[in-house]
Design a protein around this ligand. Sequence first.
Ligand code: SAH
Length: 247
Amino acid sequence: MKIDLLTLFPDMFTGPFSESMIKLAIEKGLVEIDIHNIRDFAVDRHRTTDDYPYGGGAGMVMKVEPLASCIEAVRKRLPDSKIVLTSPRGRLFTQAVAREFAAEEALTIVCGRYEGVDERVSELFVDEEISIGDFVLTGGEPAAIVIVDAVSRLIPGVLGSRESAADDSFSNGLLEYPQYTRPPEFRGREVPSVLLSGNHGEIARWRRRESLKKTMAVRPDLLKGVELSREDVQYLACVGSRDENGE
Ligand code: SAH
């Protein structure tokens, strides 16, 4: 997959993309990341990329011309690249969106700064605005790192079979069950015995129940989108009534 990042702060990506899984994905040729400095596309003497907002108000707004030139330069090489603008006003980035993006051949992510980006960038060039959550960052770079990370690990071959994404939180709509590794006992806390039993049917049942319990406790909103078996429903009813009794 080809990923182009448009930023005023290219150095912010140095660390995140030169370690661990993303580094390996790049080395294996599964992900190719190009970082473009928007300032290189500013044509005036001072290479201006921001200006005061029309209508007044605090802060600066990223100018349309350098961004337009930068996006057009990417588009010339990759006409089909999906162009995403990072923005708190965008569609919420979820695992489902990560899966959509992972199916694209190419993705271009525009990182905003200051008070944001001249609206005409969105109107003329952007396929979609994406938010990574209901909070405000100082810039789109951390959001782009989050998006690249979550999308890359879904590209076949990026995770080894040992780190399959199949059981991750959200993959079946639920949060993941608890995980343990050695030792079997630590400061009096033992690993649940079912996990040591070797009984795969029982382990799968326990994991499903733990996923349901965790999701109900922390993110009950997620349960609406999950296909529940009769056994799941019974289990949830039982957990619910235990909670009501304060058990
Ligand atoms: N004034 C804007 C916030 C600007 S923050 C507003 O209230 O909507 C500066 C830049 O950081 C944004 O242009 C965007 O690119 C990025 N950013 C901030 N919060 C973000 C979020 N939750 N998700 C994605 N990008 C975000």
